[in-house]
Design a binder for this molecule. Structure first.
Ligand SMILES: NC(=O)c1ccc[n+]([C@@H]2O[C@H](COP(=O)([O-])OP(=O)(O)OC[C@H]3O[C@@H](n4cnc5c(N)ncnc54)[C@H](O)[C@@H]3O)[C@@H](O)[C@H]2O)c1
Length: 282
């Protein structure tokens, strides 16, 4: 169902690779809600993914960019403003990558070149986007910038590796830049801490199947999927959330406030051959 929440608004969406991507769902929902926007991803993602199809469907354009390159980011903002006819109202940073995860280097045996890349691609790129946007004065007053994070920024989750450090940095950048951008231009900067989601990046985590089962059992509302995350992004881009800034907001079905749930305990009870009833488990 569409509510016209973004009618007349324009934006830039970074990170749509294929139809599983969170950014893909955000683009589809933003289109349904009346927004016009430009899409960006790396040249290789454009070649090997399906972003061109998405652009066609949404009346958008694709501006290739490596999010670690300031020059590329400057080009994305200036070409987007040219295409959209002026400043934008929202920006989505939906970018993450760890070569250590890809190459199966564990956290106590990191390759430090890879580690720098993880931080640059997954976190520092967010600062670069904000700094470029600010210098080019590319975002309208009361605009909204959102990046996607994960609870491994606060709590240790087995196998999330150096992406945990990247997410901590990402969330810190949202707070620090959010203060300056809010003070000077009334622009909101937030991160959404999303449930584990089966996307290309998500499935790179070694234990994703088990992790998703665990978090689903632990969350009273169950895991949030990519479309639900997109819906939440739309509300943060809309005018209905104008006083929310510098926040990391959990979109995780309640997982972040749980310690142990009945459904998770049932799994342990099984392995200890305990025939506890539901009442005893509560
Ligand atoms: N999938 C999950 O479980 C989950 C949970 C919480 C947060 N997130 C975050 O959501 C965001 C989107 O990930 P996703 O799950 O939709 O997976 P995805 O693989 O669809 O998206 C990741 C995107 O990052 C892009 N990217 C990688 N390197 C880049 C670079 N140098 N320059 C520009 N773009 C680059 C990829 O091309 C891809 O489009 C990421 O920040 C991810 O960490 C994902």
């Amino acid at each position: 169902m569409a509510y016209n929440l973004l009618k007349g608004k324009t934006g830039i969406i970074f990170g749509a690779l294929d139809e599983k991507s969170i950014a893909w769902k955000v683009a589809e929902r933003a289109h349904e809600e009346g927004a016009r926007f430009a899409l960006s991803n790396t040249l290789s993602a454009q070649r090997f993914g399906q972003i061109d199809e998405l652009a066609e469907k949404c009346g958008s354009i694709v501006i290739p960019a490596d999010a670690t390159s300031i020059k590329d980011i400057e080009e994305v903002f200036s070409k987007s403003m040219e295409f959209l006819g002026g400043k934008v109202d929202f920006v989505l940073h939906s970018i993450g990558m760890s070569m250590n995860v890809r190459k199966k280097r564990v956290y106590n045996d990191l390759d430090y070149n890879f580690f720098h890349k993880t931080l640059d691609i997954s976190a520092v790129s967010f600062h670069k986007m904000l700094q470029v946007a600010n210098k080019l004065d590319a975002i309208n007053d009361w605009g909204s910038v959102v990046a996607l994070s994960y609870i491994a920024a606060q709590r240790t989750l087995y196998a999330y590796n150096d992406m945990a450090d990247a997410k901590s940095l990402l969330e810190s950048i949202a707070r620090s830049f959010g203060y300056i951008y809010g003070r000077e231009k009334k622009i909101r900067v937030n991160t959404i801490s999303q449930s584990p989601t089966m996307t290309t990046a998500g499935s790179g985590v070694r234990v994703m199947g088990g992790l998703m089962d665990f978090t689903d059992r632990m969350s009273p509302l169950g895991n949030a999927d990519a479309l639900e995350c997109a819906n939440f992004c739309i509300t943060l881009f809309s005018d209905l959330t104008r006083k929310i800034t510098m926040q990391n907001i959990y979109h995780d079905g309640g997982f972040s406030n749980m310690g142990m749930s009945q459904k998770a305990m049932a799994m342990y009870n099984k392995s200890f051959n305990c025939d506890c009833t539901d009442e005893e488990d509560e």
